[in-house]
Design a protein around this ligand. Structure first.
Ligand SMILES: *Cc1c(COP(=O)(O)O)cnc(C)c1O
Length: 403
């Protein structure tokens, strides 16, 4: 790489991607396979690898970098908070934690209580424990679901390949086909503690729920005194163009879990219990050392306040439609699923892994959640020009790979 190719401000040591990848394999546990690139720096929706190559990031750390890379609002909030008070434990209160809890409840327009965790899996573990406090133990989940990798969250995750090596998992979980109201009706009775569901299944490849599904789920769970637990870890905090994906269905759930985009890159999760569910967990029944940490909650407040001040919800809808309309014109695209800036691109052939590799070479980061689907979950600040570039580049890559 010539010095001229290095991004402005590039201050990395002269180490190559190949060298770091070899060292990674010697020191980092092999749970993710061998990653394709070594990234060095990011700004907005652009990232650079250590070899100086530049990419338009359409994955955003898997729906995490809501404001893109190095957004000044997050940098400022985190820096100021860390200089003031970085961590206190839950023996003490800090103001950002209280403000974030109040803010989340006001965005949900409901009374409730928030438990702060550090990841999506942990937010779901908290909800799982809350569900057990109903006095019932059965939980109904959906086929194709993903709720995390810890033992409890894994028990709710349907993929056999993830579950089977770790069985026995916490019990009394049954699975129903996603979107099937009759199957849900048959599975939920007065012995069920909760139905856990993603408003759009993210890891399954951005699978939409049929119209009316969440409303039916609300009605069925209410009728049987079961909790409706909506996992918004991937869909929440503006990703779909609404603050939460379930609000489009006009329902009020009992439990909502959040993580990914909430902290804009700083690890944080939240389990929000609404109405009567707010008191299911009491003193001593759950806890965490880091949860509600001032730095993480300050970052999340910065994310939410920036979405508000920059009018990003409407922007997300416009950019999402731009991506979907542009990509649906391609002959190799069967359809584009999802809403806002969480999109699945369904290909006419099961070649998504090859498309991802070619996209990297073309300077674009996308992901292949299933053999025939690409997933796009870019920063909510993706610009119109960037979205146009994304459509043009993905189209060119599809021409090349699926010629
Ligand atoms: C990513 C994800 C999780 C798990 O979150 P982690 O932070 O990886 O533990 C849970 N639920 C959904 C819907 C997710 O997309």
């Amino acid at each position: 790489m010539s010095t001229a190719e290095r991004p402005a401000g590039w201050a990395g040591t002269p180490v190559t991607g190949a060298e770091l990848t070899e060292r990674y394999q010697g020191a980092v546990m092999n749970t993710f396979g061998v990653p394709a690139r070594v990234l060095a720096r990011g700004e907005g929706s652009t990232v650079w690898d250590v070899d100086g190559n530049r990419y338009l990031d359409l994955l955003g750390g898997i729906a995490v970098n809501s404001l893109g890379h190095a957004h000044p609002a997050i940098v400022e909030a985190v820096t100021t908070q860390l200089q003031t008070l970085g961590h206190v434990s839950n023996f003490f209160i800090s103001e950002p934690q209280v403000r974030l809890a109040e803010k989340l409840l006001s965005l949900l327009r409901a009374d409730g209580r928030v438990f702060f965790a550090n990841s999506g899996a942990e937010a779901n573990e908290a909800a799982f424990k809350a569900a057990r406090r109903t006095g019932r133990t059965k939980v109904v989940a959906t086929e194709g679901s993903f709720h995390g990798r810890t033992m409890g969250a894994l028990a709710l995750t349907s993929k056999a390949q993830y579950r089977e090596p770790f069985e026995p998992l916490p019990g009394h979980v049954t699975f129903v086909p996603y979107g099937d109201v009759a199957a849900l009706e048959a599975a939920v009775d007065d012995s069920v503690a909760a139905f856990v569901v993603e408003p759009i299944q993210g890891e399954a490849g951005v699978v939409d729920a049929p119209e009316g599904y969440l409303r039916a789920a609300r009605e069925i769970t209410s009728r049987h005194g079961a909790l409706l637990w909506v996992d918004e870890v991937q869909t929440g905090v503006g990703r779909t163009g609404d603050w939460f994906a379930h609000t489009a269905a006009g329902i009020v759930p009992d439990l909502v879990t959040l993580a990914k985009g909430l902290g804009g890159g700083i690890p944080i999760g939240a389990m929000i219990a609404l109405g009567d569910a707010a008191t299911l967990l009491g003193p001593g029944q759950h806890g965490t050392t880091f949860g509600g940490n001032p730095v993480a909650t300050a970052a999340a407040l910065a994310v939410i306040e920036t979405i508000e001040s920059e009018g990003l919800l409407a922007h997300v809808v416009a950019r999402g439609d731009q991506l979907a309309d542009g990509l649906e014109r391609h002959a190799r695209v069967e359809k584009v699923t999802g809403r806002g800036l969480l999109r699945g691109v369904v290909l006419t052939e099961p070649r998504s892994a090859d498309v991802v590799t070619a996209a990297y070479d073309a300077g674009l980061i996308v992901n292949a959640p299933t053999p025939d689907r690409l997933r796009l979950a870019p920063a909510l600040v993706l610009t119109e020009d960037e979205a146009a570039h994304a459509v043009a580049t993905i189209s060119a890559v599809l021409d090349e790979v699926l010629a």
